[in-house]
Design a protein around this ligand. Structure first.
Ligand code: HEC
Length: 259
């Protein structure tokens, strides 16, 4: 009985500070990733291709349009931690809703710059480029920066795969779970970047791991999924956070863990 308590405490008694996560390494939409000239071109193209449904205000059905708003806090929140490529792909592949081929790709990129300016993200010197690696490496974050994930949020964790004594799988030496967008494993440059993520001291329980990741014991892994977290009181004013991830993907970053 005592052993069980100690074990579950090893796994679950993680105190993780509540400080907001810094926008990590890499570029974000706060860094001036488009130019004013590009946004001005985008406004023209928006007026041609999008205004009929999303309206001049970009507020869509709040102003009598046939589409959701593409401006404001809730819109940005919905794309938090996505890459600019994710957002661009949505527009490139599906908009205008009635006829996605009616607006060319370059104009859609200009429109993206216009969406950024209308959402109050700062302009910079250079145009947002069509380079997919650049778009993929630029993160959408709210004006106030990335927010700490709430229970149920999509998160990503990088840590060392280990087996807890109770046979469940855990990632040890992990930093606090970071907000993610979508549950698919990172690929290419994004997965490589996980090799240099500074490790931390959290242990995160992995739920629903299938198939068995046994072959990756001791490897540095990236896990994505939904954050399971609860605050529990451990005495006077001492809150601890129990954390796990309901896994949607688990990918190997490196064959050693590097800590
Ligand atoms: C015929 C009406 C129509 C036109 C024209 C149109 N849209 Fe949309 N748009 C919609 C509808 C409906 C949705 C919600 C359903 C969906 O996401 O597919 C939507 C969703 C979106 C979203 C996702 C919103 C969110 O909350 O994540 C974006 C971004 C967007 N549109 C951008 C554009 C851009 C840019 C253009 C012009 C190139 C455009 N749309 C043209 C109808 C339209």
């Amino acid at each position: 009985m005592k052993r069980v308590a100690v074990l579950s405490c090893l796994i679950l008694c993680l105190s993780i500070s509540d400080e907001r996560q810094a926008s990590a390494q890499g570029r974000t939409v706060l860094d001036g990733v488009y130019s004013d000239a590009q946004a001005a071109r985008g406004k023209e193209a928006y007026t041609q291709g999008c205004v009929v449904c999303h309206m001049e205000s970009l507020r869509g059905f709040f102003d009598g349009g046939a589409a959701p708003p593409i401006i404001g806090e809730n819109f940005v929140k919905g794309w938090e931690a996505a890459s600019v490529l994710d957002l661009f792909a949505k527009v490139r592949d599906t908009m205008p809703k009635d006829n996605a081929d009616s607006v060319d790709e370059a104009s859609k990129l200009d429109i993206l710059a216009y969406l950024l300016t209308m959402n109050e993200f700062p302009a910079g010197e250079a145009d947002l480029s069509m380079d997919e690696a650049v778009l993929a490496g630029t993160m959408v974050v709210p004006l106030g920066g990335l927010t700490a994930p709430e229970p149920g949020a999509s998160v990503r964790v990088v840590g060392c795969l280990a087996r807890a004594p109770d046979k469940t799988w855990v990632l040890t030496n992990s930093p606090a779970p970071a907000r993610a967008w979508g549950g698919q494993a990172s690929e290419g440059a994004a997965l490589e970047a996980a090799a240099s993520v500074p490790l931390g001291d959290a242990t995160i329980r992995l739920m629903d791991v299938y198939p068995s990741p046994e072959a990756h014991l001791g490897h540095r892994m990236e896990a994505k999924g939904l954050l399971i977290a609860a605050l529990r009181k451990r005495g006077e004013g001492d809150l601890i956070r129990n954390q796990g991830i309901n896994i949607t993907s688990l990918a190997m970053v490196a064959e050693s863990c590097g800590n």
